[in-house]
Ligand binder design. Structure first.
Ligand code: PEP
Ligand code: MG
Length: 881
């Protein structure tokens, strides 16, 4: 294995393996130094070492690795012309974690490493700035204590607050060198009270810090974050040890964080913050209020210009918007790190489109830059009209617009409350003073996040943006009383409003506005940049994206979203309307005459529905599935006496007799009972009615000038004989309809593949069927033997125990169910090489499953719910690149 990769001016080329081995941060540092940007020198200890540290080395650093670390350190000393641990000319280091995938705020950093009782004096002498030296030392004591020895940060913060109070000052920067010396003394006492020793030996500091970063990879916070983000397959984190440069050496020094473009809107201007005379964590922690990056131009024009030039070089190199940390030490700019910046949905699309326009990337690359979650955000509800009086009147105050989108929910003040709400299906707005990594679960479950403190790069802002959660932060007119269970908002006119936990609140993450109550929201439209982008997506993708739509309204919505047709029309969904359900009940429970009468009415309803759908889908295929679910789903509950009495009256029978009949139809395992084609075979009159409705509707639509393309699909086939039976029935009805009308139309008869036996005998079924569509919901149910309706009782525990990696009803189990799918495709196309094969289960809208269907299974199309169509289009295009 390769343990160490140096970077910096004279470091030479980095180790191979990129991010996977060096971590994102390490790979970027190596690349920045190769581009000739001024990066403080250092070295990266690889992710392979982390893996071995956690799994092989028993959480210790072996001597041969340690020797190499010390040798790399010497090279850094030479380049910086200083020595680690030397009081005369000290080198200080930063030690930071950095995995291949960025995990903002989840991992650990130790700054100013290499300070001790002698070095602090030496540094004070050398820089002539005692305040700076003691400030650096007290920062180091706090970070080292917290990150490496796990001493609670609050113990240090309390001491600092006490001293500030005693000295009568508000800001840290108002403390003198003598004050800070006192802080250092008190911080050392904190170590003592915790029974810990602060190592004066600087090499020991380094050894412990590297170990702590590696250990942090297996800490609860990091594990939870990876779980939520579904980050898998990483070796571990790398450790970057780098020469410190100082932003707190007076008024010609400073530090900041900036994006090369606006991560909310995507507009091509710098977006960031900096502080003069400060160190990195001051910006992130929100203790001092940072200044807008544009102000740097006036203060240090040369540095600003160099920074702008650097952002251009980096964007060109990485072909993407960058998130950059920098420090200015006595007028000299140092680039500390760069990475592809997290962004909201709107920005993701605009940046992708702009980068193509600027010639930095191709359309194919652009398509990879927008994540399915980004589209999801754009396709989420927004406030319909922010100019409306009702909207404007509801605005109470403003914070920073940290992450766009409209969020409406009930105020929840704790992680636990948000999670509890989520379990009950109650939407939450998480309201906090500021968020910390301990809040990630609640943040993930909330509709939106509101904080009183913290800037645009605070924890809440970065995490929320990554997840596309609307977020308003730094809302200074908000005060949160977690214990009292309420919040108070000071309005512009100075008056105050109090809200209790559980009250409704709305957030506009685009503008930072905080609104009273439950505001109305509206669906978005595909226009502008999004339209351009989606046109590229369609050019690039290889497979069609159809939709699961049961009504003309759904069909219309899906077509607006770019669907190439309907892959599944669940005809039974049309029966659930109140005026129709009683007809269905008459059909099931009545005598022959009553059943016939009911069928006549249902024929009319269905014909109208299908006609509407054909019109909306003019020129595109419409796959109608014949009745599928168990009959008793349509039956009344015998416990509802009023309903039973009414129905008994309609049918001219007694409640007693009706009850007996309903009970006789109950099944122990309805999902494995009388449903699908079994229903069609035992109750052919229903299929006759449905076939007639479909074909008459098609003929009517064609007469009205519509290009209607009906496909009729038989559900739950396990034996070819079942399919043959239904096919003959459909064909005979078609013959009568065409004779009666003196006209005919083209139509296809196909089947769903959703029973393992159908997959195993796909070659037989392919002889008869004109198309296949995987019912991956049932196929998953029957392959695993997990009841679709009862998985809630054990799947969450399977997921947390790692028995399941994903919920198989959400993301296709490619290993098991996927094999049946591939086998079906092979066997089916062995008989009919051009057989159209798609999928219409929930997996058709899941990006990872779409990749499998497109690339590995070779399907012709996926079909998913209307609002997921754009996401499936994107996933299909990404799979094709
Ligand atoms: C399926 O089983 O995947 C399917 C699409 O049908 P339904 O969900 O209606 O059973
Ligand atoms: Mg099914």
């Amino acid at each position: 294995y390769a343990p160490i990769s140096p970077f910096g001016k004279n470091a030479g080329p980095p180790l191979a393996g990129g991010k996977h081995i060096l971590g994102g941060k390490g790979a970027n540092l190596a690349e920045m130094s190769e581009l000739g940007l001024s990066v403080p020198p250092g070295f990266t200890i690889t992710t392979e070492c982390c893996d071995k540290y956690c799994n092989e080395w028993d959480q210790t650093l072996p001597p041969e690795l340690w020797n190499q670390i010390v040798a790399s350190l010497t090279a850094v000393e030479n380049e910086m012309n200083s020595q680690f641990g030397s009081p005369e000319n000290p080198l200080l280091l930063s030690v930071r974690s950095g995995a291949a995938i960025s995990m903002p705020g989840m991992m650990d950093t130790v700054l100013n490493l290499g300070m001790n009782d002698q070095v602090v004096e030496g540094l004070a002498d050398k820089t002539g700035n005692a305040r700076f030296a003691w400030d650096s030392y007290r920062r180091f004591l706090e970070m080292f204590g917290n990150v490496v020895l796990e001493i609670p940060r609050s113990l240090f913060e309390d001491e600092l607050d006490d001293i500030k109070y005693e000295k009568g000052v508000n800001e840290d920067t108002d403390l003198t060198a003598e004050d800070l010396k006192e802080v250092v003394g008190r911080f050392k006492k904190v170590y003592e009270t915790m029974d810990m020793t602060f190592p004066q030996d600087v090499l020991e500091q380094l050894r412990l810090s590297i170990g702590a970063v590696f250990k942090g990879w297996m800490g609860d916070r990091a594990i939870k974050y990876r779980e939520v983000e579904q980050i898998k397959g990483l070796l571990g984190t790398a450790v970057n040890c780098q020469a410190m440069v100082f932003g707190n050496m007076g008024d010609t020094s400073g530090t900041g964080v900036s994006f090369s473009r606006d991560p909310n809107t995507g507009s091509a201007e710098l977006f960031g913050e900096f502080l003069i005379n400060a160190q990195g964590e001051d910006v992130v922690a929100g203790i001092r209020t940072p200044r807008n990056i544009s102000e740097l131009k006036g203060i240090m024009p040369d540095v600003y210009e160099e920074f702008v030039r650097n952002t251009q070089i980096l964007e060109k190199k990485f072909g993407d918007m960058q998130d950059i940390e920098f420090t200015i030490q006595e007028g000299k700019l140092y680039m500390l790190q760069t990475r592809n910046g997290k962004r909201g949905g709107e920005a993701a699309v605009k940046i992708a489109v702009d980068l193509v326009g600027e010639g930095l990337i191709t359309k194919e690359q652009a398509v990879q830059k927008v994540l399915p979650e980004h589209l999801d955000q754009l396709l989420h509800p927004r406030f319909p009209d922010v100019e409306m009086k009702e909207y404007k009147n509801a605005v109470m105050t403003r914070g920073l617009p940290a992450s766009p989108g409209a969020a409406v929910g009930r105020i929840a003040l704790t992680n636990e409350q948000v999670v509890a709400n989520k379990e009950k299906g109650i939407p939450s707005i998480m309201v906090r003073d500021e968020t910390s990594p301990d809040d990630v679960e609640g943040m993930y479950s909330a509709e939106g996040i509101l904080t009183a403190r913290g800037g645009m790069t605070s924890h809440a802002a970065v995490v929320a943006r990554g997840w596309g959660k609307p977020c308003v932060c730094g809302c200074t007119s908000l005060s949160v009383d977690e214990h009292g269970g309420e919040i108070v908002i000071t309005l512009d006119d100075g008056s105050q409003k109090t809200f209790k936990e559980g009250d409704f609140l709305s957030l506009n993450g685009q503008t930072g506005e905080v609104l009273e109550g439950e505001q109305a929201v509206a669906p978005p439209a595909i226009t502008g940049n999004l339209k351009t982008f989606m046109d590229w997506v369609d050019e690039i993708r290889d497979i069609d994206v159809l939709t699961n739509a049961d009504t003309p309204a759904d069909a219309k919505e899906a077509r607006k979203n770019g669907a190439n047709g309907i892959g599944l029309c669940r005809s039974e969904h049309m029966f659930f309307k109140p005026e129709r359900i009683s007809k269905v009940r008459q059909l099931i429970l009545g005598d022959d005459k009553q059943a016939d009468a009911a069928l006549k009415d249902l024929l009319q309803f269905q014909r109208e529905d299908y006609e509407g759908i054909f019109k909306e889908m003019d020129g595109l295929p419409v796959t109608v599935r014949l009745l599928d679910p168990p009959l008793h789903e349509f039956l009344p509950s015998v416990k509802e006496s009023a309903v039973m009495a009414e129905l008994a009256k309609q049918l001219g029978t007694s409640v007693h007799e009706l009850t007996e009949k309903v009970e006789s139809m109950e099944e122990v395992n309805p999902m494995l009972g009388l449903r699908g084609c079994r229903l069609g075979i035992t109750r052919p009159s229903i299929i006759e009615m449905q076939t007639r409705a479909i074909l008459e509707a098609a003929l009517n639509a064609i007469e009205a000038g519509v290009d209607a393309r009906p496909d009729i699909m038989v559900p739950l086939v396990g034996k070819v004989e079942e399919f043959r039976n239904q096919k003959e029935l459909i064909q005979s009805v078609a013959k009568s309809v065409f004779e009666e009308r003196g006209k005919s139309c083209a139509y296809k008869i196909g089947t769903m593949i959703e029973i393992p036996r159908a997959a195993l005998t796909a070659h037989e079924i392919a002889e008869e069927a004109e198309f296949f569509s995987f019912g991956s919901n049932d196929l998953t149910q029957m392959t695993f033997g997990y009841s679709r309706d009862d998985v809630g009782s054990f799947v969450p525990s399977y997921l947390s125990k790692g028995i399941l990696q994903d919920d198989p009803f959400v993301t296709l189990d490619t290993e098991g169910v996927g094999q049946l799918i591939k086998m079906t495709v092979e066997r089916g196309r062995g008989i009919k090489p051009d057989l159209k094969i798609g999928v219409c289960g929930e997996h058709g809208g899941d990006p990872r499953s779409v990749r499998f269907f497109s690339n590995e299974a070779g399907l012709s199309y996926v079909s998913c719910s209307p609002f997921r169509v754009p996401i499936a289009r994107l996933a299909a295009a990404q799979a094709s690149v």
